[in-house]
Design a protein around this ligand. Structure first.
Ligand code: IMP
Ligand code: MG
Length: 183
């Protein structure tokens, strides 16, 4: 029980549902990448909870690496440019890359990352996202593996933040209106 649970308006996806889903995704990925050199690339910071659960459900050899990106304010540009704050540590040439995202919203981040990483000659690039908000899509992009499709609501928990908080909630929910403010 978190001390701040009174700030949550409603729970959208329960802890047990997420556990079950990460298990299923791990099994499918293990099968699809059998005998292949797999590198999981987590996109910070939202990926950390999902990645740590997902990787423990992957039963084949894999390595992990991280990138941190920030999108330029959506209102000031339509170019879909993304700024790289932290690049990969390792070389991905000749490897099978699986980008691990918490959520795909407009698709801008993912579209950019796929293009950016393609230049480094990986054998393949695919994406897994635990959550997907297809109704918000700007870039034509789909994840190869999706956990849950969610309605057009701003969600928090299980790695996802509002103003850097709520990432440690073990489930996914929606905040009460009065807490969606930066003051
Ligand atoms: P996109 O480039 O618009 O697809 O944005 C993806 C990123 O925006 C995600 O990796 C999240 O960090 C953030 N994001 C999008 N929707 C939500 C949400 O509902 N809750 C928390 N973060 C979100
Ligand atoms: Mg993110």
């Amino acid at each position: 029980m978190m001390e701040f649970e009174n700030e949550v308006e409603k729970i959208l996806i329960k802890k047990e549902q997420i556990e079950q889903k990460t298990k299923e995704l791990g099994e499918i990925i293990s099968r699809d990448y059998a005998e292949k050199e797999l590198i999981l690339i987590g996109i910070l910071k939202g990926c950390v909870v999902f990645l740590s659960d997902l990787m423990r459900n992957i039963s084949i050899h894999c390595t992990i690496d991280f990138m941190d990106v920030s999108s330029y304010g959506a209102s000031t540009t339509t170019s879909g440019a993304v700024r790289i704050l932290k690049d990969l540590d390792d070389n991905i040439e000749g490897k099978h890359v699986l980008i691990v995202e918490d959520i795909i919203d407009t698709g801008t981040t993912l579209k950019y990352l796929i293009q950016y990483l393609s230049n480094r000659k990986p054998l393949s690039i695919k994406t897994v996202a635990l959550f997907d908000k297809p109704s918000r899509r700007v870039s034509e992009i789909r994840a190869d593996y999706v956990g849950f499709e969610i309605p057009n609501e701003f969600i928090i928990g299980y790695g996802l933040d509002f103003d850097e908080k709520y990432r440690n909630l073990p489930y996914v929910g929606v905040l009460k209106k009065e807490f969606y403010s930066n003051e």
